[in-house]
Design a protein around this ligand. Structure first.
Ligand code: UT7
Length: 321
């Protein structure tokens, strides 16, 4: 007995920004052609008036509605985020306030691999008998972290939220997490020295800095290692997986996985063209969209794989119930 997903939901900002609009808004020397060719991104949703708590609450309420639960009936709330509205209280506490949950509520920072980290935590809590109904909300407002004068990063990310409710079940067949610690390739200093007179040399707050090519290499290595490990441990073949839900960071990274695994591209659903990279939101958003489109059926096998700042990495095998 592990876990199963009994409800999913999403919350997205209203404003969709195309590559051309982004170039016009920022005045950067970039183009639709460069962004599409190098990343596969065509559009992203960006917050104007919405807070991350707003998006998260919308996603949470939708997932709870499908699970036929209200906030008071969940007994653990995990938010995966690197961009909470406030450093304290946590995003999870802000969402708990809105949905009237009184259970433990905590943020988890596994960067873009955060959904798989949250699934692993939820499975452990349920296995230990510490919780029965867990709400996971992956949410990012990347637009508040990126430097809008840096064309190498600001074109990549988007904002959004995707939630799911999990309970005891047999859907999760395998999960594995890893860290390949490198604190420089994706980094954002938060200026925690503040105005402490004893800590004047602390790095000031910064925007997200990313060494794109190094991250690209980490990404393809982590995907290959995680996928092969999942096949070995679960005695699976590439053919036996119905859908590969990979982190949506760059279409070229997904194309690499397709060529290595020699599987049809239809097995690799994507949403990066419409949403860009929304960190840990990308995979649960994909899953929700597939469910909405009637593409998910009992018995379907999914291999999830993600990588992110840290570098964190992880994979999971789900068999839909
Ligand atoms: O979710 C977190 C994980 N993140 C990732 O997985 C990201 C992984 N990395 C990548 O996806 C790629 O490295 C990028 C898409 C970010 C960049 O692609 P790249 O092939 O590594 O390009 P680059 O950074 O080496 O830049 C190549 C050229 C440079 O120009 P010069 O120096 O050769 O004249 C850049 O200045 O492209 C230029 N460039 C741009 N040009 C137009 C960089 N960004 C842009 C842009 N528009 N937005």
């Amino acid at each position: 007995m592990t876990i199963k997903i009994i409800g999913t939901g999403i919350g997205l900002p209203d404003k969709e920004v195309s590559n051309d609009e982004l170039a016009a808004l920022t005045g950067l020397d970039t183009s639709d052609e460069w962004i599409r060719t190098m990343t596969g991104i065509g559009y992203r949703r960006l917050c104007q008036t919405e807070t991350l708590t707003d998006l998260s609450t919308t996603a949470a309420r939708a997932a709870l509605a499908e699970a036929e639960l209200d906030g008071s009936q969940i007994d653990y709330l995990i938010c995966s985020t690197v961009s909470p509205d406030t450093r304290t209280p946590s995003l999870a506490c802000s969402v708990a306030e809105r949905i009237k949950a009184t259970c433990p509520a905590v943020d988890l920072n596994g960067a873009c691999a955060g959904f798989i980290y949250a699934i692993d935590t939820a499975a452990a809590l349920i296995a230990a008998g510490r919780a029965e109904r867990i709400l996971i909300v992956c949410s990012e407002k990347m637009s508040g972290l990126t430097d809008w004068t840096d064309r190498r990063t600001c074109v990549l990310f988007g904002d959004g939220s995707a939630a799911c409710v999990v309970t005891a079940g047999n859907m999760l067949k395998y999960v594995h997490l890893q860290t390949q610690a490198d604190s420089h390739v994706i980094r954002m200093d938060n200026g925690m020295g503040g105005n402490n007179p004893l800590a004047r040399d602390q790095a000031p707050a910064s925007f997200i800095h990313m060494e794109g090519q190094k991250v690209f290499k980490y990404a393809v290595n982590i995907i290959e290692a995680e996928v092969r490990r999942a096949f070995d441990v679960c005695d699976l073949t590439p053919e036996s997986i119905d859908y590969y839900l990979l982190h949506q960071a760059n279409l070229r990274i997904i194309d690499f996985a397709i060529s290595r695994l020699k599987q049809p591209p239809e097995k690799f659903p994507t949403n990066i063209e419409r949403f860009g990279n929304i960190s840990s939101v990308s995979i649960p958003l994909l899953l929700h969209e597939m469910r909405q489109a009637g593409q998910v059926h009992p018995g379907d096998k999914f291999l999830l794989c993600a990588f992110g700042a840290g570098m964190t990495g992880g994979s999971a095998v789900l068999e839909w119930e």
